[in-house]
Design a protein around this ligand. Structure first.
Ligand code: GDP
Length: 477
């Protein structure tokens, strides 16, 4: 993500010359018309006490969100938010149930467990929030909408089955999002369980266990027999501690919609995850382009709440319409302001609806001329393992100065929905070699405007990628 220097100066209310000077002090030489990266922008902004957030993409509309930087003294630790991923039938759902059952004493808490899309558990006074829809599909669909909610991914691998295609998909999705991974080696109760094989197979893909000198935590569990659950939770808390997850509970809330529906009696109902600040009953808010006022708030045990702090998932009513999972919400000082913002956003959304958001190989040239991209992200799919590797090797050999090829995911088999969603989140182009997209993937690719390129000779694929990359280069004067 990059921002134009002049634009950025305007955003933070400073003279461009001043910003350019500051950049120069950082060793970055830029003119008013050039772009700087997100890190540089953040650094400069922080000198003025301004926190820069990446643009939030809501309904494919980009809204600038600049938030006052939190005073470090106001920040307190917040619970980690965890998503469980893994191959089908490896035990994701069973694990989520086991965690809920061992750690949420519903009767004691005076409630009945409700499915609201997320729940929170406690371990010795510390909390963890779990997203209740396992798998990388939901995770990446949210990312494609610009939402970043997951702090830690638990990758479930069945010890009797080992690493499977969706294990690797999940790994690519988590990696691309830059989220730390903890491996839960599940089904260790089975007689044919072979946890060492799981470790070996994952090590081949870069997840090296700590006991082998790497930095990936592996925990042996049996979701079915509720074994190793507390240890897994301990490890999650450990990773969370190292990440120093913090938030400021003493301000207006912001967060993301986890799921939403229309309820016959209650109207639009949405489960939202509070990511910063505290959400209160009566708050005026905007969700995506929808205005609302929090009428009621319930937790996953059906208990009525009046407020919810950072990392808390709550089900709220009072929205004027049903938002979508991944939509960001933000509380405003009053109704009038919230209504105005919702209207402005709706207008902007209509204006931008026709604009394409994603890259296609053909468009890369113009994109780089506008300074939008210096990287080509690719997803490779091929009919056999050998072709994947041949393609990968050939692509990695392409050297064009000033641009970088990043292979987000490579796998064997037809181009599927997961590939398309990953391409959407990572803004990648999909390269298929001797494979085609399945019907579902094709439909989604059309909707998400993802470029899928099919080849049956490697050199042809390489030729086209190289041509696109060369187009990427800025003109030399
Ligand atoms: P998902 O598709 O990843 O959500 O997998 P499920 O949670 O639905 O589990 C698939 C099957 O594996 C079910 O029949 C579970 O009962 C079984 N299973 C899950 N965890 C374990 C475990 O720890 N041990 C054994 N023996 N079976 C398990």
């Amino acid at each position: 993500e990059r921002v134009n220097v002049g634009e950025f100066a305007r955003m933070i209310g400073r003279e461009p010359a001043e910003v350019i000077k500051k950049l120069f002090m950082l060793g970055i030489v830029a003119t008013i018309n050039q772009d700087i990266d997100f890190d540089a922008a953040t650094l400069i902004a922080s000198e003025y006490g301004i926190e820069v957030e990446k643009k939030v993409v809501i309904n494919e509309v980009e809204f600038e969100t600049i938030e006052e930087q939190d005073d470090p003294a106001s920040l307190v630790p917040r619970p980690p938010v965890v998503t469980v991923m893994g191959h089908v039938d490896h035990g994701k759902t069973t694990l989520l149930d086991a965690i809920r059952k061992t750690r949420v004493a519903a009767q004691e808490a005076g409630g009945i467990t409700q499915h609201i899309g997320a729940y929170q558990v406690e371990l010795d006074g510390r909390f963890i929030t779990f997203l209740d829809t396992p798998g990388h599909e939901a995770f990446t669909a949210m990312r494609a909408r610009g939402a970043k909610v997951t702090d830690i991914v638990v990758l479930v691998v069945a010890a009797d089955d080992g690493v499977m295609p969706q294990t690797l998909e999940a790994l690519s999705h988590a990696r691309d999002a830059g989220v730390p991974i903890i491996v839960a080696v599940n089904k260790i109760d089975k007689p044919d369980a072979n946890p060492d094989r799981v470790k070996q197979e994952l090590a081949e893909h870069g997840l090296i266990p700590e006991e082998w000198g790497g930095d990936t935590i592996f925990v042996h569990v049996s979701a079915l027999r509720h074994q190793g659950i507390d240890e897994l939770l301990e490890m999650i808390l450990l990773v969370a501690e190292m990440r120093e997850l913090r938030a400021n509970p003493n301000k207006r809330a912001r967060g993301t919609v986890i799921e939403a529906k229309l309820d016959r009696g209650r109207g639009p109902v949405a489960t939202v995850l509070v990511q910063n600040g505290t959400l209160k009953v009566g708050d005026a808010l905007v969700v995506g382009t929808i205005y609302g006022r929090v009428r009621s708030m319930h937790d996953h045990l059906g208990r009525r709440l009046t407020e919810a702090g950072p990392s808390t998932p709550v089900e709220i009513t009072g929205l004027e319409d049903v938002p979508e999972a991944g939509d960001a919400f933000m509380v405003f000082e009053d109704d009038a302001k919230a209504k105005q913002i919702a209207e402005e956003r709706a207008l902007k959304k209509r204006e931008q609806e026709l604009k394409k958001k994603h890259v296609s190989l053909d468009e890369l040239f113009s994109q780089i001329q506008q300074g939008d991209t210096k990287e080509l992200a690719l997803i490779l799919k091929a009919d056999v393992h050998g072709s994947v590797e041949a393609l990968r090797a050939a692509i990695e050999k392409i050297k064009v100065e000033g641009v970088r090829v990043r292979i987000v995911h490579a796998g064997v088999g037809a181009i599927n929905e997961s590939d398309v969603m990953l391409a959407s989140a990572a803004r990648a182009v999909i390269i298929g070699f001797n494979v085609r997209p399945d019907a579902n993937a094709k439909a989604i690719a059309e909707r998400e405007k993802i470029d899928i390129r099919l080849y049956n000779v490697i050199y042809k694929a390489i030729e086209e990628i190289e041509a696109a990359l060369k187009g990427l280069l800025e003109p030399v004067y």
